[in-house]
Design a binder for this molecule. Structure first.
Ligand code: NAD
Ligand code: UDP
Length: 317
């Protein structure tokens, strides 16, 4: 297949490019480098089946005939989408419509990278795909949450009105090599702080929960979904739930750091709990994650060490 990956210079998009290349496909990656980095693609420099387009997907563009479109372009961490609020709304709305039009034009399959944020601060726990969510449409996080909810609505509408062959994955917190060290997400912050011997910043009382999925598991789940016939959303994430205090403890243990914990203010509308119900992925795709948080962080340790070093030497220059 010839596959278009939007957001392919980002954390997940670059891993997806690798996985699709390993399956012998040709890739066109469209990215405007708003939050992504060419370093994530540096290893593909000599790969003849890989093409990079520096492109804002909110603007009209034509990648040529494609067979599959994976729409991953969007700021994803709270720090990034709060900094780029309007861009986030645009890429979820105009950017998604643009990409759906491309899929329609070439009769290509389409997969949307959606998010657990569609559930907002959930009142149902764990979250099943049938739950409609509890989202503050005017709060600071709404630039991301509502953009993704619009993107899901647009995807379903192109499926219903134009018979575009679509998929929607609701991704839960994912970590691993190439996670930007300074994107403010909890794993990148804790790993950076632990490796530098700085205090780990726990927001609020640290009793809020998240469920962390290793990137290799996440990509395997997304690929399984892409090959299925399911058009309705599917949760892909790791169902083991951690409080942020417990997460800090695991990071300290894996890094062997003597850092202390410092409590800071909880951001507005920070969801209190998140855990995917993955029954649908298990039964429909035969997928479930294999790597627990401790193992996944150990596997990512070298990357985080190098990223912290590179980041410190860049700061010294
Ligand atoms: P990332 O910031 O590393 O990657 C996003 C990429 O999109 C970047 O390379 C960025 O430059 C690009 N981009 C942003 N706006 C663009 C535009 N208008 N045109 C072209 N490119 C643009 O983030 P990520 O963690 O890799 O997330 C990828 C996707 O997965 C996002 O859609 C995100 O919402 C979704 N997601 C990620 C997670 C997670 O835990 N990583 C969780 C839920 C959903
Ligand atoms: N968090 C934290 N310390 C940090 C960064 C984040 O305690 O340095 C908390 C944050 O308040 C949230 C959780 O960790 O409850 C996950 O935050 P993240 O930004 O990784 O992603 P989210 O799931 O909120 O989109």
């Amino acid at each position: 297949m010839r596959v278009l990956v939007t957001g392919g210079a980002g954390f997940l998009g670059s891993h997806l490019c690798d996985a699709m290349l390993a399956e012998e496909h040709s890739i066109v990656c469209a990215d405007n480098l708003l939050t992504g980095r060419m370093e994530n693609l540096a290893h593909l420099g000599r790969e003849s089946r890989f093409e990079f387009l520096q492109q804002d997907v909110c603007e009209a563009f034509d990648p040529g005939k494609i067979d599959y479109l994976f729409h991953f372009a969007s700021p994803a961490s709270p720090v990034d989408y709060l900094k780029h609020g309007i861009e986030t709304l645009r890429v979820g709305s105009a950017g998604t419509i643009n990409c759906l039009e491309i899929a329609k034009k070439y009769n290509a399959k389409f997969l949307l990278a959606s998010t657990s944020e569609c559930y907002g601060d959930p009142l149902e726990h764990p979250q099943k795909e049938s739950y409609w969510g509890h989202v503050n449409s005017i709060g600071p996080r709404s630039v991301y949450d509502e953009a993704k909810r619009f993107a899901e609505a647009a995807t379903m509408a192109y499926h219903r009105y134009h018979a575009v062959d679509t998929r929607i994955v609701r991704i839960f917190n994912t970590y691993g090599p190439r996670l930007q060290i300074d994107d403010g997400r909890v794993i990148s912050n804790f790993m950076r702080q632990a490796l530098r011997g700085e205090d780990l910043t726990v927001y609020g009382d640290g009793m809020q929960t998240r469920s962390f999925c290793c990137v290799s598991d996440e990509i395997a789940g997304i690929l399984a979904l892409s090959k299925s016939e399911e058009h309705l959303p599917v949760n892909i994430g790791n169902p083991t739930e951690f409080t942020m205090l417990k997460c800090a403890e695991v990071v300290l243990e894996v890094t062997g750091s003597a850092s202390k914990i410092r409590f800071e203010l909880l951001p507005q509308d920070d969801p209190k709990q998140r855990r995917p119900d993955i029954t649908k992925a298990r039964t429909l795709l035969g997928w479930e994650p294999k790597i627990d948080l401790r193992t996944g962080l150990q596997l990512s340790l070298n990357y985080f060490r190098e990223a912290v070093l590179a980041n410190s030497s860049a700061a010294c220059r």
